[in-house]
Design a protein around this ligand. Structure first.
Ligand code: FAD
Length: 1002
């Protein structure tokens, strides 16, 4: 049975240890050093404010173009994109976009100057382009006063491909060799001045929890090679800290290195710890243990670089998207500052086994560090037993001031080395850091006098609890509704836990029809898993035409009673259902995994979406259906509009979102006051049956909801019944047409059909897009869920200037995809739904092989099971694609910029209009595409799947569906019928309200 790799170093979040009281307790008393720290901070700031060091740097730029203002935003966006856009027309378009004064010919004239300015911003943060140049510069700088130490960071991170990772690894190894040669004959003192910093995400394309079991050995091997090289050269190595979800992986690898006997005499092993993580003090404790054990075995101390953390906004966004219970970072800046000092205290008390490196650009933090060190038993008693660090291009003035006040404190500069194309991720973090309103550097840029700056500088030491300024991830839409709770499968402990729970939830399922709460007893057919044809996972007894009749009889008989139940009660039942679904997350995920072949993250997302549908429709029902709408009219008359269930709704759902779509349709129909007969996809009847049980458990009366598992024949019989007053259907365009024909033929009232059908979805990428972002979005959109989403990407259009680079990266990224058992946490792509689907996809792929150019094909695929390897072909245009093919098959076409309008027209001409992706930094281009295209959901600079209920209502137009959009504000109304109630209030002789002056006369 597959398991996630259990982390050896599990630093779980202890909520109690993370509040202000606990942090202050960990920091201890402040009375003995606070006054000294305040005086020191004042001195540092006085020396800093007005220093020439800051005159021409980015801080000044932000003082002139304040972040948050349109000008500041433009500066940020130009710096991020302009230097890397290859073609002049796109550069001009972007400049004109961001600086309205440069519209027209002026942008072309200003372009060279803008280019120079943006390069200058980039250069501010990069020490040198090559390590040779960096070493030459360092030698000069190291001799200058005060002498400096360096940590070279060979720019590059988040490798998407093995090739990128190999290149980054080689560059780091080469850099160490070059450093070794440079220090070779010189005095030993220089050795300790040099260090490299490494991001683990740069040296392996799969540095993630799901892959850890598989790639741990490879990662460790690389790290060992880097470490041995550095140890031989006598220089240091620090492992940078990245996303919070990688903390346990980072610790696991670090622990292994620290315990390696061959590295034990090496003084240079270090890693970075982020104080903004509530887990920081525990992380430091874990490191102290590792260090103590190393020293007990005769090893050297380890280095610990303490930082606050550079990914704050990304962490907050991710936690919100995943619906996590709490944030992995503090959301109160004062707590980050307190946590930093609590860690300083812990580290300073263990100088025998650790060498602390305090990295900050904040003079208050720095002053506190120094004041703490000055206490009896503090670090300064042994000068040079710790050091301070800053980033190249930041904090220059502060560290000059420090050199004056504390010449004995060693200072290290983190010095990024690399070319323009490697700079962007790093640059964006620095620009964000410089522009965040909570950041000290931003405040310093704005302050006129040092007093302005220090006014509240030390208040964080007194930090008490205060109301949250950012709601918890699941409370984003409160008080209206709670968001479905999610779990971070990027975290190895959480992943291991869920892998286990889902595996344990597997059983032999059984399903059948449910009519008026009675399970139909008929011979059952076995159900096998698409991932494992040898594995029978349950049995289904399917409905008969007789059962269709009885279900509709009963639903029809119950419709009046159900529609008389108050909206509030119906909504409450939906909310109970949401809670039941959430509570049965593991059981439902297990069904998704084994019956539908969905991976663990896809399964969790499916259940969460169902939960969100229930809570959203409950809220919508209360808002829209709960009370009559008064309509304006003449005096003496009252007019109100009310919405009512239509009668019996047929809900026909597909297998690709067996939980979300099934639940969403049924929940909407029920809460709108209809009774429901549901016909789920034949392939996912077991899942539907489990949800049906929960629907009844939530208190929906058995007469109001019926389930009929079966094939298309059952669906046809259901739709043909003239008592069906409306149909919600999600599936293929062909089936929707067939339903429409049946409806047209039958007797009785004309019923509305709400159909969500297929798509031939395109993504347009221009030359200003960031290739890494594009490749992430393409892989997720085209191959996640094995391409079996209606929103999946089918045709990628790449502007010709960047096509070769993007395709290279795409090839590399596809080579790292793992296809296999969806229950295995390491799997990226599971099977397609069944053998028939696999056969049809295989035929189409062989057709493409004969007429299109193969770009890449992932693999290998398991021998048994309905697997299709993700594959990409180059074609001329979307016109060559015969229609929707529901699988991991991507078509790619190149385009010259001048053809942009034409390709949008070609996409429109397919007749589909579901989703579209656009990647561009030129807003006017995104806007132009938006204005010209006819699609339901258009996504800019992100992937194009995973629409969120209530946030991105989902559904298309044309061949893609009738609307209204699921999870949107207009959906419920379509399930209702409208009635108007008019009363002549003057019938008794007059309008009392008018006479009393309370009714406006018309
Ligand atoms: C030598 C060096 C190496 C570095 N290496 C790494 C590394 O490996 N990994 C890494 O992630 N970063 C690294 N950094 C970047 C570092 O995290 C930032 O420079 C640092 O956070 C800035 O803190 P400060 O004390 O200079 O400024 P301050 O202005 O005092 O603090 C800013 C920081 O506070 C935090 N913050 C902002 N708003 C909030 C809020 N609302 N709630 C809670 N916290 C908030 C954020 O961490 C933000 O970066 C490194 C920095 C240096 C100098």
């Amino acid at each position: 049975m597959p398991t996630a790799h259990p982390r050896s170093r599990d630093v779980a979040l202890d909520a109690a240890a993370a509040d202000s009281g606990a942090l202050r307790a960990a920091l201890g008393e402040t009375a003995s050093w606070r006054a000294q720290a305040e005086a020191l901070a004042r001195e540092l700031v006085a020396r800093t404010v007005g220093s020439h060091e800051t005159l021409f740097d980015v801080q000044r730029a932000f003082a002139i173009f304040p972040p948050g203002s349109p000008a500041g935003d433009s500066l940020f966006r130009l710096a991020e994109a302009l230097p890397r856009i290859p073609d002049r027309p796109s550069r001009i378009a972007m400049l004109a976009d961001r600086v309205p004064a440069l519209r027209g010919w002026r942008a072309a004239v200003a372009l060279p100057f803008a280019g120079l300015a943006m390069n200058a911003i980039g250069r501010q943060f990069v020490y040198a382009e090559t390590i040779a140049e960096a070493l030459r510069r360092a030698e000069r700088d190291a001799r200058a006063l005060p002498p400096r130490r360096f940590s070279f960071d060979m720019l590059g991170e988040g490798a998407r491909t093995t090739q990128d990772a190999d290149r980054n690894f080689r560059r780091t190894m080469d850099a160490i060799r070059a450093m070794e040669r440079a220090v070779g004959a010189r005095e030993a003192g220089l050795r300790e001045r040099l260090e490299v910093s490494v991001k683990l995400s740069s040296i392996h394309p799969r540095y993630d929890a799901a892959s850890h079991a598989q790639v741990r050995g490879e990662l460790l091997d690389r790290l060992k090679q880097i470490s041995s090289r550095a140890a031989a050269a006598g220089i240091g190595l620090t492992i940078d800290a990245e996303g919070s979800e990688s903390l346990s992986l980072q610790l696991d690898l670090f622990e292994a290195l620290a315990a390696d006997p061959e590295l034990k005499r090496w003084r240079g092993l270090g890693l970075a710890v982020q104080a903004y993580q509530p887990r920081a003090p525990q992380t430091v404790d874990a490191l102290l243990e590792i260090a103590a054990r190393r020293c007990e075995r005769g090893g050297m101390p380890i280095a610990v670089r303490l930082v606050k953390g550079a990914y704050w906004d990304a962490e907050v966004k991710r936690a919100q998207e995943l619906g996590l219970e709490r944030y992995p970072v503090f959301t109160d800046k004062r707590l980050t500052d307190l946590s930093y000092l609590a860690c300083v205290r812990r580290l300073s008390a263990a100088l025998d086994s650790v060498y602390p490196q305090f990295a900050t650009h904040n003079p208050v933090t720095l002053a506190c560090v120094l004041a703490l060190a000055d206490r009896p038993g503090g670090t300064s008693a042994a000068a040079a037993r710790f050091e301070c660090q800053h980033l190249h291009g930041m904090g220059g003035a502060l560290y000059l001031a420090l050199a004056a006040t504390h010449p004995d404190v060693p200072v290290r500069t983190y010095a990024p080395v690399g070319e323009k194309r490697e700079l962007f991720a790093y640059l964006v973090r620095r620009l964000l850091e410089n522009s965040a309103s909570s950041s000290y550097v931003r405040q310093a840029a704005r302050a006129k006098r040092s007093d302005d700056l220090l006014g509240t500088g030390f208040e964080f030491l007194d930090a008490g609890p205060r109301p949250r300024d950012i709601p918890l991830p699941t409370e984003l839409h409160m008080p209206e509704r709670r968001i479905a709770r999610g779990h971070d499968l990027g975290d190895s402990a959480t992943l291991a836990e869920w892998t286990k729970s889902v595996n344990e939830a597997r059983r032999t399922w059984a399903a059948g029809s449910l009519v008026n709460g009675e399970r139909g007893l008929r011979p059952a057919r076995p159900v096998v898993s698409p991932a494992r044809p040898d594995l029978t996972i349950g049995e289904v007894s399917e409905a008969t035409p007789d059962m269709v009749r009885s279900a509709v009889d009963c639903a029809h008989a119950s419709r009046v009673a159900w529609s008389a139940v108050s909206v509030l009660e119906r909504a409450a039942a939906l909310e109970r259902l949401a809670d039941l679904l959430e509570a049965d997350m593991a059981g439902l995920m297990a069904l998704c995994v084994w019956e539908a072949g969905k991976t663990l993250p896809d399964s969790m997302a499916d259940v969460r979406e169902a939960v969100d549908f229930c809570r959203y429709y409950a809220q919508q029902a209360r808002e829209r259906l709960g009370s009559p709408m008064a309509l304006p009219g003449p005096v003496g008359e009252s007019n109100v509009l009310t919405l009512h269930g239509r009668g019996v709704f047929a809900c026909i759902s597909p297998w690709n979102f067996p939980v979300a779509i099934f639940t969403g349709q049924v929940a909407a129909a029920l809460v709108a006051g209809n009774t429901v007969v549901a016909k789920p996809a034949q392939q996912t009847a077991l899942t539907a049956y489990r949800i049906a049980e929960l629907i009844l458990k939530a208190g929906i009366p058995p007469g109001a909801f019926h389930l009929l598992p079966g094939d298309g024949g059952i669906g046809r019989a259901l739709v043909a019944d003239p008592r069906i007053a409306g149909i919600a259907f999600t599936g293929s365009t062909d089936t929707a047409r067939a339903i429409q024909r049946v409806l047209a033929e039958r007797e009785g009232p004309i019923a509305p059909l709400i159909a969500e059908t297929g798509g031939l979805n395109a993504m347009i990428v221009d030359s200003s897009a960031l290739p890494e972002q594009v490749v992430d979005a393409v892989v997720a959109s085209a191959f996640r869920s094995a391409g079996q989403r209606c929103s999946s990407l089918r045709v990628l259009y790449l502007q010709e200037e960047i096509a070769p680079a993007v395709l290279d990266m795409l090839r590399g990224a596809m080579a790292t995809l793992r296809i296999g058992d969806p229950a295995d946490p390491a799997t990226d792509v599971g099977p397609v739904i069944d053998a028939q689907a696999r056969k049809e996809l295989a035929e189409y792929i062989s057709d493409l092989r004969s007429r299109a150019k193969l770009i890449a094909e992932s693999g290998p695929v398991p021998a048994a099971g309905s697997y299709v390897a993700p594959v990409a072909f180059e074609i001329g245009s979307i016109r060559e694609v015969p229609g929707e093919r529901f699988g991991p098959i991507l078509h790619v076409a190149r385009f010259p910029l001048e053809d942009l309008d034409r390709i949008v027209d070609d996409i429109n001409a397919t007749g589909y209009g579901l989703t579209m992706g656009v990647h561009t930094r030129v807003d006017s281009r995104a806007e132009r595409i938006r204005a010209r295209s006819a699609v339901g959901n258009l996504y800019v600079n992100r992937n194009m799947i995973g629409a969120v209920v209530g946030v991105q209502p989902f559904g298309g137009e044309g061949l893609s569906g009738t609307g209204p959009k699921a999870g949107g504000p207009n959906y419920l109304v379509r399930f209702t019928t409208e009635r108007v109630f008019t009363v002549n209030t003057a019938a008794a002789g007059g309008d009392l309200g008018l006479l009393a002056g309370t009714t406006a006369a018309t």
